[in-house]
Design a binder for this molecule. Structure first.
Ligand SMILES: [Zn+2]
Length: 298
Protein backbone atom coordinates (compact mmCIF):
# COMPACT_ATOMS: atom_id res chain seq x y z
CA UNK A 1 0.00 0.00 0.00
CA UNK A 2 0.94 3.66 -0.27
CA UNK A 3 1.27 5.86 2.82
CA UNK A 4 0.94 9.60 2.40
CA UNK A 5 1.59 12.21 5.07
CA UNK A 6 0.55 15.83 4.64
CA UNK A 7 2.59 17.93 7.07
CA UNK A 8 0.51 21.08 7.20
CA UNK A 9 0.76 24.23 9.25
CA UNK A 10 -2.42 23.48 11.19
CA UNK A 11 -2.88 19.71 10.83
CA UNK A 12 -0.82 16.66 10.03
CA UNK A 13 -2.82 14.12 8.09
CA UNK A 14 -1.98 10.58 7.03
CA UNK A 15 -3.56 8.16 4.61
CA UNK A 16 -3.04 4.49 3.82
CA UNK A 17 -4.08 3.91 0.22
CA UNK A 18 -4.27 1.07 -2.27
CA UNK A 19 -2.33 1.49 -5.53
CA UNK A 20 -5.61 2.23 -7.32
CA UNK A 21 -6.36 5.16 -4.99
CA UNK A 22 -8.86 3.48 -2.67
CA UNK A 23 -8.34 4.69 0.88
CA UNK A 24 -7.91 2.19 3.69
CA UNK A 25 -7.43 4.50 6.63
CA UNK A 26 -7.13 8.19 7.33
CA UNK A 27 -5.66 9.78 10.48
CA UNK A 28 -5.37 13.39 11.54
CA UNK A 29 -3.55 15.29 14.31
CA UNK A 30 -3.20 18.95 15.21
CA UNK A 31 0.23 20.28 14.17
CA UNK A 32 2.43 21.15 17.16
CA UNK A 33 3.16 24.58 15.73
CA UNK A 34 6.71 25.92 16.17
CA UNK A 35 7.78 22.54 17.57
CA UNK A 36 9.86 21.05 14.76
CA UNK A 37 10.80 17.80 16.49
CA UNK A 38 7.29 17.53 17.90
CA UNK A 39 6.01 17.49 14.28
CA UNK A 40 8.48 14.75 13.37
CA UNK A 41 7.33 12.67 16.36
CA UNK A 42 3.68 13.05 15.27
CA UNK A 43 4.59 11.89 11.75
CA UNK A 44 6.52 8.87 13.04
CA UNK A 45 3.65 7.87 15.37
CA UNK A 46 1.13 8.32 12.55
CA UNK A 47 3.04 6.07 10.16
CA UNK A 48 3.29 3.40 12.90
CA UNK A 49 -0.46 3.69 13.53
CA UNK A 50 -1.35 3.47 9.81
CA UNK A 51 0.68 0.29 9.50
CA UNK A 52 -0.40 -1.37 12.74
CA UNK A 53 -4.10 -0.59 12.16
CA UNK A 54 -4.08 -1.89 8.59
CA UNK A 55 -1.67 -4.74 9.39
CA UNK A 56 0.33 -3.80 6.28
CA UNK A 57 3.55 -2.04 5.36
CA UNK A 58 3.51 0.91 2.98
CA UNK A 59 5.81 3.09 0.93
CA UNK A 60 6.17 6.51 2.54
CA UNK A 61 5.59 9.85 0.84
CA UNK A 62 5.60 13.09 2.81
CA UNK A 63 4.37 16.50 1.70
CA UNK A 64 6.06 19.33 3.60
CA UNK A 65 4.93 22.96 3.94
CA UNK A 66 8.01 24.27 2.12
CA UNK A 67 10.65 22.82 -0.15
CA UNK A 68 14.17 21.48 0.15
CA UNK A 69 17.15 23.42 -1.07
CA UNK A 70 18.32 21.07 -3.86
CA UNK A 71 21.99 20.89 -2.83
CA UNK A 72 22.10 21.28 0.97
CA UNK A 73 18.64 19.63 1.34
CA UNK A 74 17.77 22.17 4.03
CA UNK A 75 14.19 23.42 4.39
CA UNK A 76 13.38 26.68 2.56
CA UNK A 77 10.40 28.74 1.46
CA UNK A 78 8.25 27.47 4.31
CA UNK A 79 5.33 29.40 5.74
CA UNK A 80 5.73 27.00 8.67
CA UNK A 81 8.88 28.89 9.52
CA UNK A 82 10.04 26.28 12.04
CA UNK A 83 11.22 24.21 9.04
CA UNK A 84 13.51 26.90 7.64
CA UNK A 85 17.16 25.87 7.51
CA UNK A 86 16.41 22.49 9.09
CA UNK A 87 17.79 19.24 7.62
CA UNK A 88 14.20 18.04 7.19
CA UNK A 89 15.02 14.99 5.09
CA UNK A 90 17.78 13.79 7.44
CA UNK A 91 15.71 14.34 10.58
CA UNK A 92 12.74 12.47 9.11
CA UNK A 93 15.04 9.62 8.09
CA UNK A 94 16.62 9.51 11.56
CA UNK A 95 13.17 9.26 13.15
CA UNK A 96 11.47 6.88 10.72
CA UNK A 97 14.52 4.90 9.52
CA UNK A 98 12.92 4.00 6.20
CA UNK A 99 13.20 5.07 2.59
CA UNK A 100 10.83 7.93 1.83
CA UNK A 101 10.05 10.57 -0.75
CA UNK A 102 9.54 14.18 0.25
CA UNK A 103 7.87 16.92 -1.79
CA UNK A 104 6.49 20.38 -1.38
CA UNK A 105 2.84 20.18 -0.31
CA UNK A 106 1.60 22.28 -3.24
CA UNK A 107 3.41 19.93 -5.62
CA UNK A 108 1.64 17.02 -3.92
CA UNK A 109 -1.65 18.82 -4.48
CA UNK A 110 -0.84 19.34 -8.18
CA UNK A 111 0.24 15.71 -8.62
CA UNK A 112 -2.87 14.42 -6.88
CA UNK A 113 -5.22 16.45 -9.07
CA UNK A 114 -3.21 15.39 -12.13
CA UNK A 115 -3.42 11.72 -11.19
CA UNK A 116 -7.14 11.26 -10.58
CA UNK A 117 -8.58 14.70 -9.92
CA UNK A 118 -9.67 17.76 -11.89
CA UNK A 119 -6.51 17.69 -13.97
CA UNK A 120 -6.74 14.06 -15.08
CA UNK A 121 -6.12 13.81 -18.82
CA UNK A 122 -4.30 17.13 -18.99
CA UNK A 123 -0.56 17.32 -19.53
CA UNK A 124 0.50 20.61 -17.91
CA UNK A 125 -1.39 21.51 -14.75
CA UNK A 126 -1.05 24.67 -12.73
CA UNK A 127 -2.70 24.03 -9.38
CA UNK A 128 -3.46 27.07 -7.25
CA UNK A 129 -4.17 27.04 -3.52
CA UNK A 130 -6.22 29.95 -2.23
CA UNK A 131 -6.44 28.94 1.42
CA UNK A 132 -5.15 30.42 4.66
CA UNK A 133 -2.05 31.07 2.56
CA UNK A 134 -1.70 31.06 -1.21
CA UNK A 135 0.59 29.02 -3.39
CA UNK A 136 0.77 26.80 -6.41
CA UNK A 137 2.21 23.61 -7.78
CA UNK A 138 2.97 22.47 -11.29
CA UNK A 139 2.50 18.93 -12.57
CA UNK A 140 3.65 17.77 -15.99
CA UNK A 141 2.64 14.36 -17.31
CA UNK A 142 1.15 13.44 -13.92
CA UNK A 143 4.27 14.26 -11.89
CA UNK A 144 5.29 17.31 -9.89
CA UNK A 145 7.59 19.53 -11.91
CA UNK A 146 10.92 20.64 -10.46
CA UNK A 147 13.59 22.99 -11.61
CA UNK A 148 17.20 23.47 -10.55
CA UNK A 149 16.10 25.58 -7.55
CA UNK A 150 13.18 23.43 -6.41
CA UNK A 151 11.22 26.60 -6.91
CA UNK A 152 8.60 25.80 -9.55
CA UNK A 153 5.18 27.05 -8.49
CA UNK A 154 6.38 29.56 -5.89
CA UNK A 155 3.66 31.76 -7.33
CA UNK A 156 2.51 32.91 -3.89
CA UNK A 157 5.65 35.00 -3.59
CA UNK A 158 5.49 36.72 -6.94
CA UNK A 159 4.61 40.37 -6.46
CA UNK A 160 1.06 41.30 -7.48
CA UNK A 161 1.28 42.25 -11.17
CA UNK A 162 -0.15 45.49 -12.62
CA UNK A 163 -0.40 47.16 -9.19
CA UNK A 164 -2.24 50.45 -8.84
CA UNK A 165 -0.91 53.21 -6.56
CA UNK A 166 -2.83 51.90 -3.55
CA UNK A 167 -1.19 48.49 -3.93
CA UNK A 168 2.42 49.64 -3.67
CA UNK A 169 4.46 48.51 -1.79
CA UNK A 170 1.79 46.17 -0.42
CA UNK A 171 1.67 44.39 2.88
CA UNK A 172 4.71 42.75 4.45
CA UNK A 173 4.94 39.01 3.80
CA UNK A 174 6.53 36.51 6.20
CA UNK A 175 9.15 35.89 3.48
CA UNK A 176 10.56 39.38 4.00
CA UNK A 177 9.19 40.91 0.79
CA UNK A 178 6.20 43.18 0.27
CA UNK A 179 3.08 42.71 -1.81
CA UNK A 180 3.46 38.99 -2.50
CA UNK A 181 0.44 37.34 -4.14
CA UNK A 182 -0.17 35.48 -0.89
CA UNK A 183 -0.76 38.77 0.93
CA UNK A 184 -3.53 39.64 -1.59
CA UNK A 185 -5.32 36.45 -2.55
CA UNK A 186 -5.25 34.12 0.47
CA UNK A 187 -8.56 33.65 2.26
CA UNK A 188 -6.98 35.44 5.20
CA UNK A 189 -6.11 38.43 3.01
CA UNK A 190 -9.72 38.62 1.77
CA UNK A 191 -10.97 38.62 5.38
CA UNK A 192 -8.37 41.21 6.42
CA UNK A 193 -9.42 43.52 3.61
CA UNK A 194 -13.03 43.36 4.75
CA UNK A 195 -11.96 44.01 8.35
CA UNK A 196 -9.87 47.01 7.29
CA UNK A 197 -13.03 48.67 5.93
CA UNK A 198 -15.47 47.66 8.66
CA UNK A 199 -13.48 46.74 11.80
CA UNK A 200 -15.53 43.57 11.70
CA UNK A 201 -13.78 40.19 11.61
CA UNK A 202 -15.91 37.97 9.38
CA UNK A 203 -14.97 34.66 7.85
CA UNK A 204 -14.57 34.61 4.07
CA UNK A 205 -17.72 32.49 3.77
CA UNK A 206 -19.71 35.11 5.75
CA UNK A 207 -18.46 37.91 3.50
CA UNK A 208 -19.50 35.86 0.46
CA UNK A 209 -22.97 35.39 1.98
CA UNK A 210 -23.27 39.17 2.39
CA UNK A 211 -22.25 39.63 -1.23
CA UNK A 212 -24.94 37.17 -2.31
CA UNK A 213 -27.42 39.21 -0.28
CA UNK A 214 -26.49 42.28 -2.33
CA UNK A 215 -24.14 43.99 0.17
CA UNK A 216 -22.24 46.62 -1.79
CA UNK A 217 -18.90 46.55 0.06
CA UNK A 218 -18.69 42.75 -0.04
CA UNK A 219 -19.44 42.81 -3.76
CA UNK A 220 -16.73 45.40 -4.40
CA UNK A 221 -14.20 43.45 -2.35
CA UNK A 222 -15.05 40.21 -4.16
CA UNK A 223 -14.64 41.89 -7.56
CA UNK A 224 -11.30 43.30 -6.47
CA UNK A 225 -10.25 39.91 -5.13
CA UNK A 226 -11.06 38.16 -8.42
CA UNK A 227 -9.23 40.88 -10.34
CA UNK A 228 -6.11 40.27 -8.24
CA UNK A 229 -6.26 36.52 -8.72
CA UNK A 230 -6.66 37.18 -12.45
CA UNK A 231 -3.67 39.50 -12.55
CA UNK A 232 -1.56 36.91 -10.75
CA UNK A 233 -2.63 34.12 -13.09
CA UNK A 234 -2.32 36.19 -16.28
CA UNK A 235 1.46 36.13 -15.86
CA UNK A 236 1.27 32.34 -15.49
CA UNK A 237 -0.74 31.98 -18.68
CA UNK A 238 1.64 34.35 -20.48
CA UNK A 239 4.67 32.31 -19.29
CA UNK A 240 3.52 28.70 -19.22
CA UNK A 241 0.04 28.57 -20.78
CA UNK A 242 -0.92 25.47 -18.74
CA UNK A 243 -3.56 23.09 -20.11
CA UNK A 244 -5.74 23.63 -17.05
CA UNK A 245 -5.89 25.73 -13.89
CA UNK A 246 -7.01 23.71 -10.88
CA UNK A 247 -8.19 25.68 -7.86
CA UNK A 248 -7.89 24.50 -4.26
CA UNK A 249 -8.05 25.95 -0.74
CA UNK A 250 -11.05 27.49 1.01
CA UNK A 251 -11.64 30.28 -1.54
CA UNK A 252 -11.93 27.69 -4.33
CA UNK A 253 -15.29 26.71 -2.80
CA UNK A 254 -16.82 30.04 -3.83
CA UNK A 255 -18.82 29.01 -6.90
CA UNK A 256 -18.80 32.51 -8.39
CA UNK A 257 -15.05 32.14 -8.93
CA UNK A 258 -15.70 29.89 -11.93
CA UNK A 259 -17.86 32.47 -13.69
CA UNK A 260 -15.94 35.59 -12.73
CA UNK A 261 -12.30 34.49 -12.98
CA UNK A 262 -12.27 33.35 -16.65
CA UNK A 263 -13.78 36.66 -17.72
CA UNK A 264 -11.27 38.72 -15.73
CA UNK A 265 -8.34 36.54 -16.78
CA UNK A 266 -9.28 36.95 -20.41
CA UNK A 267 -8.92 40.72 -19.98
CA UNK A 268 -5.45 40.40 -18.46
CA UNK A 269 -3.67 37.86 -20.65
CA UNK A 270 -1.67 38.87 -23.70
CA UNK A 271 -3.50 36.37 -25.87
CA UNK A 272 -6.68 37.66 -27.50
CA UNK A 273 -8.42 34.37 -26.68
CA UNK A 274 -8.71 32.52 -23.41
CA UNK A 275 -9.79 28.89 -23.59
CA UNK A 276 -8.04 27.53 -20.47
CA UNK A 277 -10.40 25.49 -18.29
CA UNK A 278 -10.52 26.60 -14.65
CA UNK A 279 -11.77 23.81 -12.40
CA UNK A 280 -12.23 23.23 -8.72
CA UNK A 281 -9.98 20.55 -7.20
CA UNK A 282 -11.78 17.21 -6.95
CA UNK A 283 -10.07 15.99 -3.79
CA UNK A 284 -10.27 19.29 -1.93
CA UNK A 285 -8.40 19.19 1.36
CA UNK A 286 -7.44 15.57 0.69
CA UNK A 287 -5.26 16.37 -2.29
CA UNK A 288 -2.16 17.01 -0.18
CA UNK A 289 -2.24 13.68 1.57
CA UNK A 290 -3.21 11.73 -1.56
CA UNK A 291 -0.51 13.45 -3.58
CA UNK A 292 2.07 12.50 -0.93
CA UNK A 293 0.95 8.86 -1.18
CA UNK A 294 1.16 9.02 -5.01
CA UNK A 295 4.87 9.97 -4.78
CA UNK A 296 5.53 6.22 -4.99
CA UNK A 297 3.20 5.59 -7.89
CA UNK A 298 5.53 4.52 -10.68
ZN1 LIG B 1 6.28 36.45 0.28
Amino acid sequence: MLIGIDWGGTKIEGVAMEHDGRELLRLREVTPRHDYFGCIRVIKTMIDALESQTGRTGSIGIGIPGSLEPVSRLGKGASSTWLLGRPVEKDLHDAIKREMRIENDADCFAASEAMDGAGAGHNVIFAVILGSGAGAGIAVGGKAHHGPNNSGGEWGHNPLPFPDVTEIPGKACYCGRHGCMETWVSGRAFEAEYASHTNEQLKASEIIEKKRGGDRLSTLLWDRYVDRVARGLATVVNSLDPDILVMGGGMSNVEELYQDLPRELAKRTFSTVFYTPIRKAVHGDSSGVRGAAWLWKS
